[in-house]
Design a protein around this ligand. Structure first.
Ligand SMILES: NC(=O)c1ccc[n+]([C@@H]2O[C@H](COP(=O)([O-])OP(=O)(O)OC[C@H]3O[C@@H](n4cnc5c(N)ncnc54)[C@H](OP(=O)(O)O)[C@@H]3O)[C@@H](O)[C@H]2O)c1
Length: 218
């Protein structure tokens, strides 16, 4: 990664990589998944951070997906799940993308079944404390890079809390229209004092990749 990349011995570098339509929607169109994940792999994250709604949207596909088992060299999957809505922890661990899974809960998270077999980290009272979770992932899981995979709600929360270092947008040449119900910045755009263009690249099929450095709190 270039000079603008991860900082050694500091908090993890947090990048949100997201596929969007021209109006900024994250749903309601068919993303180029091959290109999306090819570019995602360049971040070589230690932790993939997702909101609960992202795996929940894939529940049916996950239920029938092959399960080769954990990927020993893969990142850790950390799922923000304040309401304990995720059930498929074993499937997520075994689907072959991640080395292990971690449930991020908070004080009001409903009781979990004792034998469900997923490690958990409890931070925050009413919601998962994202700043503390990132800090702990950096210190205890030795995470240098965290890649956020989100349809917008989690990115918006991280942006508002100034916890993002980079926004990586893979723009698709289409409009999602009324089907585009989510936007990459969440429900309410956070005021961002400074978004500095780090890199831009275009690809076949009209795809454009824009990478912006944000101004996270230190
Ligand atoms: N185009 C893309 O690149 C892309 C990528 C990923 C997903 N998607 C699509 O996007 C959809 C899901 O995205 P989404 O935007 O609905 O949800 P999301 O990004 O999965 O985020 C929802 C999660 O964020 C947590 N959250 C939100 N605000 C928070 C705050 N202030 N503090 C702590 N936690 C907070 C919620 O916590 P609680 O659990 O406590 O409610 C919830 O777990 C799916 O349809 C999926 O297919 C698209």
């Amino acid at each position: 990664m270039a000079a603008d990349g991860p900082n050694v011995n500091q908090r993890p570098y947090v990048v949100a990589h997201v596929a969007i339509s021209l109006e900024g929607a994250t749903t309601g169109f068919l993303p180029d998944l091959g290109k999306f994940y090819q570019l995602a792999s360049t971040f070589a994250e230690d932790v993939t951070l997702v909101g609960a709604d992202t795996p929940l949207a894939q529940e049916a596909a996950l239920a029938t997906a092959p399960r080769p088992g954990p990927a020993p060299d893969g990142p850790l999957l950390a799922v923000v799940d304040g309401k304990a809505r995720i059930r498929q922890w074993d499937a997520l661990r075994d689907v072959g993308h991640w080395s292990d899974v971690l449930a991020l809960h908070c004080g009001v998270t409903p009781p979990r079944s004792p034998g469900r077999g997923v490690r958990e980290l409890v931070t925050g009272d009413e919601r998962v404390d994202l700043a503390e979770a990132i800090d702990i992932l950096g210190r205890q899981a030795n995470a240098k890079v965290i890649r956020v995979d989100s349809g917008g709600a989690l990115i918006g929360a991280l942006l508002s809390a100034r916890l993002l270092d980079e926004v990586s947008l893979l723009i698709h040449p289409c409009l999602a229209g009324p089907e585009g119900l989510r936007f990459w910045y969440g429900t309410q755009p956070a005021a961002t004092a400074d978004m500095r263009l780090m890199a831009s690249e275009s690809f076949d099929g009209g795809l454009v990749w824009l990478r912006y450095r944000t101004s996270p709190r230190q």
